[in-house]
Write a protein that binds this ligand. Sequence first.
Ligand SMILES: *[C@@H]1O[C@H](CO)[C@@H](O)[C@H](O)[C@H]1NC(C)=O
Ligand SMILES: *[C@@H]1O[C@H](CO)[C@@H](O)[C@H](O)[C@H]1NC(C)=O
Ligand SMILES: *[C@@H]1O[C@H](CO)[C@@H](O)[C@H](O)[C@H]1NC(C)=O
Length: 319
Amino acid sequence: MTSGISGRRLSTFLLLIPAVFGATYNVVDSFVGPDFLNKFSLQAIADLTHGRVNYVDTATATAQNLTFASADHFVARADSTTVLSASGPGRNSFRLQSNSLYGNGVQIFNINHMPEGCGTWPAVWSYAEPWPTPGEIDIVEGVNNQAPNQAALHTTPGCSMPASRDMTGTPTANDCDTSVNGNTGCTVQFTSSLRSFGPAFNANGGGWFAVERTSTFIKIWFWERSDSNVPVDVRGGNSNVDTDNWGTPIALFPNTSCDIASHFSSHHIIINLTFCGDWAGSVYPGTSGCPSTCVDFVNNNPAAFANAYFDFSFIKVYA
Ligand SMILES: *[C@@H]1O[C@H](CO)[C@@H](O)[C@H](O)[C@H]1NC(C)=O
Ligand SMILES: *[C@@H]1O[C@H](CO)[C@@H](O)[C@H](O)[C@H]1NC(C)=O
Ligand SMILES: *[C@@H]1O[C@H](CO)[C@@H](O)[C@H](O)[C@H]1NC(C)=O
């Protein structure tokens, strides 16, 4: 075409550029303060990972102040006052599930504090039923105060990750299939110098975790609260974000040996805290440095769980 592009067509073209060439997204859901209690449901269900936990319903959480919202904080905690009977239910705690499902796009989690304490197993993750057909993405997870954070995917068979990837974290298992390796999933450990988990994360005022999902990859980033290079759109939870400016992710899960689109569909966001069980309990006697046995410790030391709480500034979801 030899004639110039008209102004109108040029501006139309420019408006299309971000959608076509850049990884920009617009906010579609926002959780701040009381939104958490309106847009998540407390699920009083059994812990499938055999934890020493009793997930409470909304009435119990409210009565015991286990969930608490102010204008710009949301707190979810475990009971830290009750000595448990060895033959009774586990420690009261929370399993929050977003009412909505979210597919491809971005999620930002601005977290001030995460549960800490011997025996704790906190997680921020996403999945849908019937598990594992729609896949599972673990964003924040770890046990017994042991840093660093670990990210993981769990899928049906036929999804694995290359050992070498363009990411700053360390791959520690590469088959995402839930039916192998005792459902370890494909895991990435965060850089150990980052305060990404447990007491070190909390002492530093927390930070931001972010996930980008497309039909060809899943990426996870983390910025410490004290990081001077947090992207402006992440820090502010802006209404638009551009992941092209976020740098190399900590975890990259590419489509090299995994058709991401067929292993992942829309997910609920889950925030939960269990104790002991399949992971925290199994490694408790090993390197955790924690006293007694996991279940006895959780039963008999309520005050040790005074810091077993999440405090969120916001979650933002983009598409
Ligand atoms: C409930 O917990 C919040 C957050 O820790 C605290 O600020 C508030 O005072 C508590 N309310 C009661 C009634 O204990
Ligand atoms: C894998 O992802 C890349 C970029 O993310 C894309 O160009 C390519 O077409 C994808 N391959 C398949 C088989 O989906
Ligand atoms: C959260 O709940 C799910 C379902 O009960 C369970 O599989 C998962 O292990 C739990 N995780 C934590 C950290 O409680």
